[in-house]
Design a protein around this ligand. Structure first.
Ligand code: DGT
Ligand code: CA
Ligand code: CA
Ligand code: ZN
Length: 575
């Protein structure tokens, strides 16, 4: 029983206890325990077996959880979980995983409509039977249908940051194999897509068996799906698949090009080749009339070169305009790079729901090579996050002024706020106070279920306020768990253009909001994009790279991204 297994079991316990109305404290204990176990560097099994160690001395693991860990390690089972499961209809568990469906609603659907499967739930919504129930409306049906779709998609794909962790573990594990001469991760992971369907690994080796044995020995392998001479697929951590291919050194570039994809990009590459009397596959490029005599294949550059193309950044390989750019040379936009970023303009401190002080955030930012940041704590409407009212904001800005005076290297903290756009439309902070800020972000956190018209009006209204500079996470989506709110983005984009405002690309891998498609459109309309981490602790600043990847996928250049601008350029734009 490895740590992810135990963590998953605790998560399941928490879900079921919650379903049975167990008190929130107990539920949270299991969730915190699961989280702590995922973050442990040591195996729980090893700690249990080591007499000199005590599980209870690890944070978030109390006596109850420590006992349960012991039971799990020793027997592989948890009787309490089995009992709870037996008492809970399967469909209820599944329903509560649908975003927007709480425990009460799920129970009502099950008892009143006799719903036994998710398919039946979908049918009931489509036949408009759900709206007839007390406490339900036509809107709930739409929410459930959207949620079902998201849950379905999420069960098959993982977020880029989760894939990255897995890739890192596999990479470390395979590096220990002497038989591997060359290795690269391909597929959607290499292209930096926001979600990954499966991980694709390419390896050059003289000893296929040794490589495959090594992969099979990776902790977390649940089963081997296929193992052939050159191809192997394994299942890792329940649902997730990893494909390995062993290829000859002289074909490595061609295989990397082929398995990086996307399919759409490859289709365009092949059709171009054909027009040139060439053919391209995972072994190399050859002439149509001499198909086994490869003229290129060892490196990707060579493959593209043989087709008269510049090498194409993996992030751009989606079958859009990248081949036209690569063909004409010098037309490919010079993509944004992480090194170009000099500021991070959305972060929280202990004044609201952050974990670190102004000084700590500033120091961490400086260490990352940034020259300025904006501290943007929540406004008062967000009571849960201890949001700031006008008086506390002014107090915080005074502290920031004092802090700035003490900096002798020119590092600057901008006085900011993440001001809520209230449900009724107005901003949460008075205009005369907003006027004192260097940088104002407006956000929708409440009333996310309002109509398209209402939400669009609120956001456009905020953009029209002369003190507002940008809108944070403009659609509110959470990847794999919450759909975007119903907002007319085109109208929002037009308002941003008219008001000469920026829009945020929230870099958190859970959000990546604006999405790639939205970004393409916003950038085309000339809207400056601000990539922000929304860090709630110094460690939160590391997600900037996900934002940069997303921006690259949308073809964004340095100039289009506001937080690559030097401080004085930014200040000039702000005034
Ligand atoms: P994913 O895994 O769904 O996130 O997306 P990908 O792009 O990683 O797709 P995957 O793993 O099915 O295949 C990896 C790459 O291999 C894909 O991007 C392009 C190439 N490939 C796979 N099957 C085909 C195919 O039938 N036709 C073409 N042209 N390329 C393919
Ligand atoms: Ca893949
Ligand atoms: Ca694959
Ligand atoms: Zn925020």
């Amino acid at each position: 029983m490895n740590n992810p297994d135990i963590a998953r079991i605790f998560e399941e316990m928490a879900d079921l206890l919650e379903l049975h109305g167990e008190n929130a404290f107990r539920v949270r204990a299991y969730r915190n325990g699961a989280k702590a176990i995922m973050e442990l560097d040591e195996a729980v099994a090893a700690i249990v077996e080591d007499e000199s160690k005590d599980l209870q001395s690890y944070s978030s693991i109390g006596k109850t959880l420590a006992d349960k860990c012991r039971t799990l390690v020793e027997t592989g089972r948890l009787p309490q979980l089995e009992k709870l499961k037996a008492e809970t209809p399967e469909v209820l568990i599944k329903m509560t995983r649908i975003p927007g469906l709480g425990v009460k609603k799920a129970m009502a659907l099950q008892t009143e409509l006799g719903i036994e499967t998710l398919e039946e739930l979908k049918e009931a919504c489509e036949q408009e039977k759900v709206r007839a129930l007390k406490g339900f409306a036509a809107k709930t049906e739409k929410l459930i249908l959207d949620g079902l779709e998201i849950a379905e998609a999420a069960s098959q794909r993982i977020r880029l940051d989760q894939a990255e962790k897995l890739v890192h573990r596999i990479n470390e594990h395979l590096k220990g194999c002497d038989a591997i001469d060359q290795m690269e991760f391909a597929g959607s992971f290499r292209r930096g897509k926001e979600t990954i369907g499966d991980v694709d690994i390419l390896v050059v080796s003289q000893n296929h068996d040794a490589v495959m044995d090594q992969l099979e020995a990776f902790t977390g392998v649940v089963s081997v799906i296929v193992r052939g001479d050159t191809k192997m697929s394994i299942r890792v951590d329940e649902q997730f698949q990893v494909d390995l291919r062993v290829v000859p050194a002289e074909s490595f570039g061609a295989a990397l090009q082929y398995f990086t994809g996307s399919k759409e990009h490859n289709v365009a590459v092949r059709s171009r080749a054909r027009k040139m009397g060439l053919t391209v596959n995972e072994y190399g490029v050859s002439k149509l009339d001499d198909p086994y005599n490869y003229i290129a294949g060892k490196t990707e550059e060579e493959v593209y070169e043989a087709l008269g193309l510049e090498w194409v950044s993996p992030e751009l390989r989606e079958g859009r305009k990248e081949l036209t750019w690569a063909e004409n040379r010098n037309e490919t936009p010079e993509l944004l790079e992480l090194e170009h970023i000099v500021s991070d303009l959305h972060m929280h401190t202990t004044a609201s729901d952050g974990a670190n002080s102004i000084e700590q955030m500033a120091d961490a930012a400086r260490e990352r090579g940034l020259t300025h940041i904006a501290i943007t704590d929540h406004s008062k409407r967000v009571t849960m996050a201890n949001g700031l009212d006008e008086a506390r904001l002014l107090e915080q800005w005074k502290k920031i002024d004092d802090f700035n005076k003490k900096q002798d290297d020119g590092f600057r903290v901008l006085k900011g706020v993440e001001c809520d756009i209230l449900e009724a439309g107005p901003l949460d902070i008075a205009d005369e106070v907003l006027a004192e800020a260097d940088w104002v972000i407006a956000s929708v956190h409440y009333g996310q279920k309002q109509s398209r018209q209402e939400i669009t009006d609120r956001i456009v209204g905020a953009l029209e306020n002369p003190h507002v500079h940008t809108i944070a996470h403009p659609t509110g989506r959470l990847i794999g768990s919450r759909p975007p709110y119903d907002v007319d983005l085109h109208t929002v984009f037009q308002a941003a253009v008219e008001q000469q405002k920026s829009l945020e690309l929230n870099a958190s891998p859970r959000r990546l909001d604006l999405s790639e498609e939205n970004l393409l459109q916003a950038a085309q309309m000339g809207i400056p994009i601000t990539i922000n981490t929304d860090a709630h602790a110094v460690t939160g600043m590391e997600v900037m790279r996900f934002g940069v990847t997303q921006a690259r996928r949308a073809g964004l250049t340095r100039e289009q991204v506001l937080n690559t601008w030097a401080l004085d350029e930014l200040l000039e734009w702000l005034s």
